[in-house]
Design a protein around this ligand. Structure first.
Ligand code: 5GP
Length: 170
């Protein structure tokens, strides 16, 4: 299968530094709990947190996936929850990609019910044209067209998450 690189390692790295700068500017130096969505968000989150500062708690939440289908079934379940008490804390939810918006909306509402001080969201990629839910991320890496993207945390049949750049199959 032929593939085409959409975002190289260098381009991703540069954009993450810019995002980290904006986050630091907006959130100052208060304690921050970063919640990464598993599994796709783990690579982006790990690069992003290393560009932020030291007083960060990192936790993970697992949502139901696409079950290896390219498109969402529409129902998002929380399969495993965070362990951190986020009451009165600043929270940053991090995911790989915003598509229909169902996953981020579900997680955001779930975290909101735990009474944090503030919630911000960041996704590396945003497929705006596919949005179904009324949700935007506060910090977006790149807006993309309706491609099925792979690499940098994003899977194709559970493979390729470890590829350090983002590509599409042609
Ligand atoms: P949403 O709930 O916004 O429709 O979808 C979010 C989740 O769907 C992402 O966290 C990601 O796991 C998956 N997803 C959406 N678009 C793509 C894509 O283009 N490629 C891959 N590999 N996963 C995607």
């Amino acid at each position: 299968m032929k593939s085409k690189v959409l975002f190289s390692e260098e381009v991703i790295k540069k954009r993450i530094s810019e995002i980290a700068k904006s986050i630091k500017k907006d959130l100052g130096y208060d304690d921050l709990v970063v919640i990464a969505l598993l599994r796709g968000g783990f690579i982006y989150a790990s690069d992003l947190v290393r560009k932020l500062r030291e007083n960060i708690i990192i936790d993970f939440i697992t949502t139901s996936s696409y079950d290896n289908n390219e498109y969402s079934s529409g129902v998002v379940d929380i399969l495993s929850d965070i362990r951190t008490n986020v009451e009165n804390k600043n929270v940053l939810i991090v995911d790989d990609i915003l598509d229909s918006g169902r996953t981020l909306l579900k997680v955001k509402k779930h975290i909101e019910s735990k009474n944090p001080k503030n919630i911000k969201t960041s996704v590396l990629l945003d497929k705006k044209s596919r949005r179904i839910e009324n949700i935007e991320a506060d910090y977006v890496g790149f807006e993309i067209e309706d491609y099925f993207v792979v690499g940098y945390g994003l899977n194709y049949g559970e493979y390729f998450r470890n590829v350090p750049y983002i590509f599409i199959f042609e």
